[in-house]
Design a protein around this ligand. Structure first.
Ligand SMILES: Nc1ncnc2c1ncn2[C@@H]1O[C@H](COP(=O)(O)OP(=O)(O)O)[C@@H](O)[C@H]1O
Ligand SMILES: [Mg+2]
Length: 270
């Protein structure tokens, strides 16, 4: 099992679409994948996947459902955990409730090969907690300079909290491979200069009008436009994700990491 948090500094850079389509691409490569909507502010993974989720995390947090009961089968063979605006309740959970929830997340992870968290943008505690708990982080930026600056800030914050975090950079909405690499190199150079370490460059997804058409009609482009540039770029990312060296073996279990990063809340309410 491997857990991956997909995050960004700036919003609207393509996290949810990459989570969804990368999940489908990995599933097409024969892996059992669950994509989890961990964007507490703007939960829309189910919408992007064109799935009607009868139950969301909101039902789990209100105590109406168990997490295992709300996992639904999404398009392309992926498992889907839909979010809900009530997910902010995570911060309000009492100790035993939160611990049950975290244990259920770890249980989800045990039931699949890859658990992908579609996180919110920015550096708030909840975003960082999912990034810290995951084995690996995929940090998305676009060639837009503000997105690059915000990606730097996100990497800096994550490394302050977890100095050995494995961060892999994806350039989305790139004009070309060359442009993606050029912008990525600039960002990695700034990180190296000021933080003494840099994310590894993982790859790119080109800006693609066919993908935008699919997104507008709520269809994952990997299925609705499989020959599009964006789909072929995402398939390349999925392949390299499976062949890339595994994240360092973490000294503690996924559940222990979840408990430790969400632990402030556990302790406060115990
Ligand atoms: N490869 C791409 N090519 C063109 N537009 C894209 C691409 N990926 C994302 N977008 C655009 O970015 C918007 C935001 O994507 P989304 O995945 O919701 O971002 P986030 O989850 O980071 O807020 C989409 O609605 C779409 O218009
Ligand atoms: Mg999103």
């Amino acid at each position: 099992m491997k857990s991956i948090a997909i995050t960004s500094g700036k919003g609207g850079v393509g996290k949810t679409n990459l989570s969804a389509n990368l999940g489908i691409a990995l599933s097409q490569l024969g892996r059992r994948v669950t994509v989890f909507d961990a964007d507490l502010g703007l939960a829309n993974l189910d919408v992007v996947l064109g799935a009607r989720a009868p139950y969301t995390l909101q039902h789990v947090l209100s105590g109406e459902k168990q997490l295992s009961e709300i996992v639904m089968s999404g398009p392309g063979g992926i498992g889907l955990v839909a979010g809900g605006s009530g997910v902010e309740a995570l911060v309000n959970m009492n100790g035993p409730q939160l611990d049950r929830f975290l244990t259920a997340i770890a249980g989800l992870a045990d039931d699949c090969d890859l658990l992908i968290f579609d996180t919110g943008a920015g550096v708030d505690d909840a975003v960082m907690a999912f990034c810290e708990a995951a084995d690996e982080v995929v940090l998305i930026a676009t060639p837009d300079p503000t997105s690059v600056v915000d990606a730097y800030a996100a990497a800096k914050t994550l490394w302050c909290r977890k100095p050995n975090a494995k961060i892999q950079l994806v350039m989305n909405m790139a004009e070309s491979a060359a442009q993606a690499e050029q912008v990525a190199n600039r960002l990695m150079g700034i990180c190296q200069q000021f933080l003494n370490k840099a994310p590894t460059y993982f790859g790119f997804v080109r800006h693609d009008s066919k993908a935008i058409q699919c997104i507008r009609t709520r269809k994952p482009f990997l299925l609705a436009a499989p020959t599009s540039m964006a789909a072929s770029d995402v398939r390349a990312l999925a392949k390299s994700l499976l062949t890339s060296e595994p994240a360092r073996k973490e000294p503690t279990s996924f559940l222990d990491r979840l408990r430790s990063v969400f632990g402030g809340q556990l302790k406060e309410s115990a």
